[in-house]
Design a protein around this ligand. Structure first.
Ligand code: SAM
Length: 222
């Protein structure tokens, strides 16, 4: 085959290049989608010492949709791009939320989740009272979803303190925990109990509910 046969006209070459780039992009997206779907539970077994109970797929989808709708309410493209999401101690949500919005941090104690690179922030709720703890994230996030490891007053109050640091005045907070923590949460963060009940892959013994500082149920059911 001589060289002439291999040479394509410039416009045809451009079409071919565009096609190949789009194909590569689609393949990358598909790979990301599969990796995200395989998700936390496939990669990480629950560690019951750390009180890990992963959400069911329908709960992950429901919370992902709530976040999608909150994001859609942002008026300008710039507002959407600068929107920041923090997941506190709910790593199984990461894959679903990351598909909805790129700007998401997962605050976790379990260092296995450092596979999420710059999106992973190591934290320990026990350090909440330390001077300047997580100061670099002060007034940063527009949505915070939290699911603390324990149902004790101490744990709820310390996570609440961390949320207060991370939140802005307009931040939407979703807090998933046991029904018994309600008095502490209404006191510390003025959250209201919602009807939405997060479900887990394995049934938990205690009654598990959600709390929010906005009408979460409206977003779950529309
Ligand atoms: C009840 S689970 C919530 C998991 C959530 N349902 C999910 O599906 O991702 C509590 C989470 O708190 C994390 N955790 C355990 N000890 C912690 C600590 N000292 N500080 C912060 N998070 C901790 C666990 O690793 C676990 O991911």
């Amino acid at each position: 085959m001589d060289e002439e046969e291999l040479t394509l006209p410039a416009d045809t070459l451009q079409i071919l290049n565009d096609f190949l780039q789009e194909k590569a992009q689609r393949e990358r997206e598909e790979l990301d989608r599969i990796e995200n779907q395989a998700g936390t539970e496939a990669m990480f077994e629950e560690d019951w010492q750390l009180s890990q109970f992963w959400y069911s797929e329908s709960t992950k989808q429901a919370l992902g949709n709530v976040i999608r709708k909150l994001l859609a309410e942002q008026e300008s493209k710039a507002d959407k791009l600068s929107y920041r999401i923090a997941l506190l101690s709910c790593p199984s949500l990461y894959g679903t939320v990351k598909q909805v919005h790129g700007n998401v941090k997962i605050f976790e104690f379990d260092k296995r989740f450092s596979v999420y690179g710059d999106d992973f922030v190591f934290y320990d709720f026990n350090s909440a009272d330390e001077n300047g703890y997580l100061e670099e994230y002060k007034d940063t996030f527009d949505i915070i979803v939290a699911d603390p490891p324990f149902l004790s007053e101490e744990c709820i109050m310390k996570i609440s303190k961390i949320i207060k640091k991370l939140q802005k005045s307009s931040t939407k907070i979703i807090f998933c925990s046991g029904a018994i923590v309600e008095p502490w949460l209404t006191q510390s963060l003025q959250l209201k109990k919602c009807s939405f009940e997060p479900a887990h892959e394995r049934n938990l013994g205690n009654e598990f509910v959600s709390y929010a500082n906005f009408e979460l149920d409206n977003y779950v059911h529309t």
